[in-house]
Design a protein around this ligand. Structure first.
Ligand code: ATR
Length: 294
C-alpha cells in the first residue's frame, strides 16, 4: 500500500448532473483530460432528480464546485438558476456547461461546438446543401442551429411528434432565415433528397440497437453523408445501412469528445491545441473500442 496524494486539500471538483447518469462517459473523458494537463482536479457524476435541480445547483455553488456538465433531462431547466447565459446557449435554449464565477454559475452550450468540430474534422460541409435532421430533442436542436449557421440551403426536420419539430423550426427561425420544413418521420422518403442526413433520435442505441429511424433504405441512395449522434454502438444500423448505400458515415464519438474538450477549455480559460485534442480523442477511442468504455 502507498500514500495516495493525487487529490489533496487544493483539489478542484468538477462534475456532471443528470438522471440517469450511470451510463455517462463524461467522467472518464474529463478525468483523462485533467490528468493529461496535470490539473489538480477531479470530475464526478451526480444523479439529480428534477425536483432537486434548484437546490442541487445552489448547493454545488455553495461548496465551490468549479464546473459542471448538465445532461438529460436538465439542460433547459437549469437555465433558471444561472447568473448568465452565453449567446449560443440562449439561441439553442439549452445549457450543458456551467462555469463557476463570483456571481454564480454561467451557462454555455458545448454540444453545438462539439458537433461543429466533428463536422470540421470529418470534412462535412453543409453550406448551400440540403440537410435532414431526424428528431426534435436536444441533439436535434444543436444540429438544426448549426446547419443554419453553416448556411445550409434547406433544413428538413423529420420527427415522430410533429409539434416538437414545429417548435424547433420556430426557435431556429427566430435567428436564421433558412428555409426549414417540418415532416412526419413516416414521410421521410417522400421529400426531396437531402445531401446530408443526421440522426438525432435515440433509435439505434442501447436495447434497440438493431433498429433505425429509417425504414426504407432507398432514402440513402445518392446522399453524401449520414451522421448519427449515437456512439454506442459504434456503428448503428442507421450508419451501416447508409454505408451500404455509399454514404460517408460518421458517428457521435467526435462530437462527444469535442464537447467535453470545449467544456474543459471554458472551465480553465485555456485552449487545447488540435494536436492535443487529437491525442486525447485517439486514446479514448482506443479505450472505448476495446470495450472498456461500454
Ligand atoms: P436528446 O436530448 O438526446 O435529443 P430527447 O430530447 O429525449 O433526447 O429527444 C429524443 C428524440 O428521439 C425525439 O425527437 C424523439 O421523438 P419524439 O419527439 O416524438 O418523442 C425521438 N425518438 C425517441 N424514440 C423514438 C422512436 N422509437 N421512434 C422515433 N423517434 C423516436
Amino acid at each position: 500500500m502507498e500514500v495516495f496524494d493525487i487529490y489533496n486539500g487544493k483539489t478542484d471538483v468538477y462534475g456532471i448532473i443528470g438522471n440517469p447518469i450511470g451510463h455517462s462517459f463524461s467522467p472518464v473523458l474529463q478525468n483523462t483530460i485533467l490528468r493529461r494537463f496535470n490539473k489538480n482536479g477531479i470530475y464526478v457524476p451526480f444523479k439529480v432528480e428534477g425536483g432537486d435541480l434548484k437546490k442541487s445547483v445552489e448547493g454545488m455553488y455553495a461548496i465551490g464546485i468549479k464546473g459542471l456538465n448538465v445532461t438529460v433531462p436538465h439542460k433547459r431547466a437549469v437555465m433558471n438558476f444561472l447568473c448568465g447565459i452565453d449567446n449560443t446557449a440562449n439561441k439553442i435554449g439549452a445549457v450543458n456547461t456551467l462555469k463557476y464565477t463570483e456571481n454564480g454559475y454561467e451557462g454555455y452550450n458545448t454540444d453545438i461546438l462539439g458537433l461543429k468540430k466533428s463536422f470540421e474534422i470529418n470534412c462535412i460541409d453543409v453550406s448551400g446543401k440540403r440537410a435532414m435532421v431526424i428528431g426534435a430533442g436536444g441533439a436535434a436542436n444543436s444540429a438544426v442551429m448549426l446547419f443554419a449557421e453553416m448556411g445550409a440551403a434547406k433544413i428538413v426536420i423529420a420527427n415522430r411528434t410533429i409539434e416538437k419539430a414545429e417548435a424547433l423550426k420556430k426557435q431556429a427561425e427566430m435567428f436564421y432565415s433558412t428555409d426549414i420544413e417540418v415532416i412526419s418521420i413516416n414521410d421521410i422518403n417522400n421529400c426531396e433528397k437531402p445531401n446530408i442526413i443526421l440522426n438525432a433520435t435515440s433509435v439505434g442505441m442501447g436495447e434497440g440497437n438493431n433498429q433505425s429511424p429509417i425504414s426504407d433504405n432507398s432514402l440513402f441512395v445518392g446522399v453524401e453523408c449520414a451522421f448519427d449522434v449515437i456512439y454506442t454502438p459504434w456503428e448503428t444500423k442507421f450508419l451501416k445501412d447508409a454505408k451500404a448505400c455509399g454514404c460517408t458515415a460518421v458517428n457521435g464519438f467526435d462530437m462527444l469528445i469535442y464537447q467535453g474538450i470545449a467544456s474543459y477549455e471554458i472551465w480553465h480559460d485555456t485552449k487545447v491545441s488540435n494536436f492535443e485534442a487529437k491525442e486525447i480523442r485517439n486514446m479514448l477511442a482506443e479505450y472505448f473500442n476495446n470495450g472498456s468504455g461500454r
